[in-house]
Design a binder for this molecule. Structure first.
Ligand SMILES: NS(=O)(=O)c1ccc(NCc2ccco2)c([N+](=O)[O-])c1
Ligand SMILES: [Zn+2]
Length: 272
């Protein structure tokens, strides 16, 4: 019996991409899925969020490892001294990890879109409700368990210097499963936009198992990265070193889920 370990049970190709996920991951067909298109005419700026700005606090040494998940890069963080609060959040959430989604060309790649516009990439900072739950895993099964900050990334002329610290490590994790211990000093202020203007809604993980456990906060203002930096993301491979394939095969050129219907969910907006 030859088990073909090469075929992933989900991914971003025509035969295992987002339109097939619900076959193996039924939550993907839920009514509270992410991402969504942010229709700015539907966003309500009611007083429920007035003066409820998002407050984050991350020590620069909280990142300890970067790993190739097969779906992209992910930086794992020590959450102990981190905190995310305010905005739509009723408790303090701790940073678990951050990662990114991108496309094959610069006119796609973000997961959320704004009035139908895609950005070239989208950064996700994932937090969990450590006030109410005792672990990330437990929180990921609760409707208010996770809080993810979404930051749009657009192509600019300059490199993003902080992101460069991550990009410089990517050649060490080209293949799925590879990781690099890295306690780099990261100024998160450069990975988040200056403006705290955001949209927020109740959604899900944007990859299987698509748990509907995320309070999403998407910043309106993008940060910029260079084309070269984005090309480095695209050099990552979705297969392991042992998978004998052609050099050009298995490149992670896209890892974004297209938007799902907002349905009857409320989309709130806050900020100047
Ligand atoms: N693109 S995202 O920020 O929504 C996202 C997607 C998947 C997973 N994880 C997949 C997973 C497995 C069990 C529980 O969680 C995470 N995360 O873990 O923070 C975040
Ligand atoms: Zn993500």
């Amino acid at each position: 019996l030859e088990i073909n370990t090469m075929s992933l049970d989900w991914g971003y190709t025509d035969d295992n991409g987002p339109s097939t996920w619900a076959e193996k991951y039924p939550l993907a067909a839920g009514a509270r899925q992410s991402p969504v298109d942010i229709d700015t005419s539907k966003a309500t700026s009611d007083n429920s969020l007035v003066d409820r700005e998002i407050d984050w606090s991350y020590p620069s040494n909280c990142s300890y490892r970067i790993v190739n998940t097969g779906y992209g890069w992910r930086v794992d963080t020590y959450g102990d001294d981190t905190a995310l609060s305010g905005g739509p959040l009723s408790e303090v959430y701790k940073l678990e990890q951050f990662h990114c989604h991108w496309g094959a060309t610069n006119d796609e790649g973000s997961e959320h879109t704004v009035d139908g516009k895609s950005y070239a990439a989208e950064l996700h900072l994932v937090h969990w409700n450590s006030e109410k739950y005792s672990s990330f895993k437990e929180a990921a099964s609760q409707p208010d368990g996770l809080a993810v900050l979404g930051v749009f990334m657009e192509i600019g002329n300059a490199d993003n210097a902080e992101l460069e610290k991550i990009i410089s490590l990517i050649p060490k994790i080209i293949h799925k499963g590879q990781d690099s211990q890295a306690s780099f000093d990261l100024d998160f202020g450069s990975l988040l936009p200056e403006s705290k203007h955001y949209w927020t809604y109740l959604g899900s993980l944007t990859t299987p198992p698509c748990n509907e456990c995320v309070i999403w906060t998407v910043f309106k203002e993008p940060i910029t990265i260079s084309e070269r930096q984005l090309e480095v993301f695209r050099s990552l491979k979705s297969v392991g070193e042992e998978d004998a394939i052609e050099p050009e095969e298995g490149k992670l050129v896209k890892n974004y889920r297209p938007p799902l219907p907002l349905g009857n969910r409320v989309l709130r907006e806050c900020g100047p």
